[in-house]
Design a binder for this molecule. Structure first.
Ligand code: PGA
Length: 253
């Protein structure tokens, strides 16, 4: 079912006390101010997941930013999808460009992580996006197609329908350079069309596709008004409660 989602990605920010304080502000503001049916999610570092899940209830859902593909075992420093689920998370980001770039996560591994997340009833937020060179070379559609195909198209239609896809152009992440609404809509329509070719129109129409990359309270309403953009994955602006909640409310403006 296609949903309206604004998911914050805190990345490696917020110690324990800072995280509780920021999240409490967000929950109170969402509870008081949110109108409409959009879903707010915060994807936080592992240390926060347990406490935030309890604080957020059904007002703000919690996600992890990564999970391991195996359930348990000798993988020092890792956290499995099963563990993430056990503290009350509903979502997990898979394949963020920073994981692809700094932790060498490849398509095969991301497909395994996606399967592990689904098996544990987590909703994967599966990220794809092209670099600046790939955009300038004009081959970004091919890159995006290969990322979504290798990462998710081995899933059954039933499993694919449980995913959220996030389009995050790498050149727009943390740079202040947002894709224009037209550039983002063009790619979102392309992604939906690829999903339709693989799984049919009904699955494609029901897939939630988020935009991420320097999304902020000023540009969110215009981005979210595009026909194929169903919300955002928000990095920097999710670290400020006012900005994040204004983005959640941007669906209504
Ligand atoms: P940004 O990050 O909003 O700070 O550009 C988005 C993301 O990386 O998810």
């Amino acid at each position: 079912m296609r949903k309206k989602i604004v998911a914050g990605n805190w990345k490696m920010n917020m110690d324990y006390a800072e995280g509780i304080s920021l999240f409490s502000e967000i929950v109170n503001m969402v509870r008081d101010e949110q109108k409409g049916e959009q879903i707010a999610v915060i994807c936080a570092p592992f240390i926060h997941l347990n406490s935030l899940s309890k604080l957020g209830g059904t007002t703000v859902y919690i996600g992890a930013q990564n999970c391991h593909q195996n359930e348990s075992g000798a993988y020092t420093g890792e956290t499995s999808a099963k563990m993430v689920k056990s503290v009350g998370c509903a979502y997990v980001i898979i394949g963020h460009s920073e994981r692809r770039q700094y932790f060498a996560e490849n398509d095969q591994l991301l497909a395994e992580k996606t399967t592990a997340a689904l098996k544990n009833n987590l909703t994967p937020i599966f990220c794809i996006g092209e670099t600046l060179d790939e955009r300038n070379n004009g081959n970004y559609f091919e890159i995006l197609k290969s990322q979504i195909t290798a990462g998710t198209f081995d899933l059954s239609a039933e499993d694919f329908s449980k995913l959220v896809i996030a389009y995050e152009p790498v050149w727009a992440i943390g740079t202040g350079l947002t894709a224009s609404s037209e550039q983002a809509q063009e790619v979102h329509a392309f992604i939906r069309q690829e999903i339709a070719s693989k799984y049919g129109t009904e699955v494609a129409e029901n897939t939630t596709i988020l935009y991420g990359g320097s999304c902020n309270p000023k540009n969110a309403a215009d981005l979210f008004a595009q026909k194929d953009i169903d919300g955002g994955l928000i990095g920097g602006a999710s670290l400020k409660s006012r900005d994040f909640v204004d983005i959640v409310k941007a669906f209504n403006s």
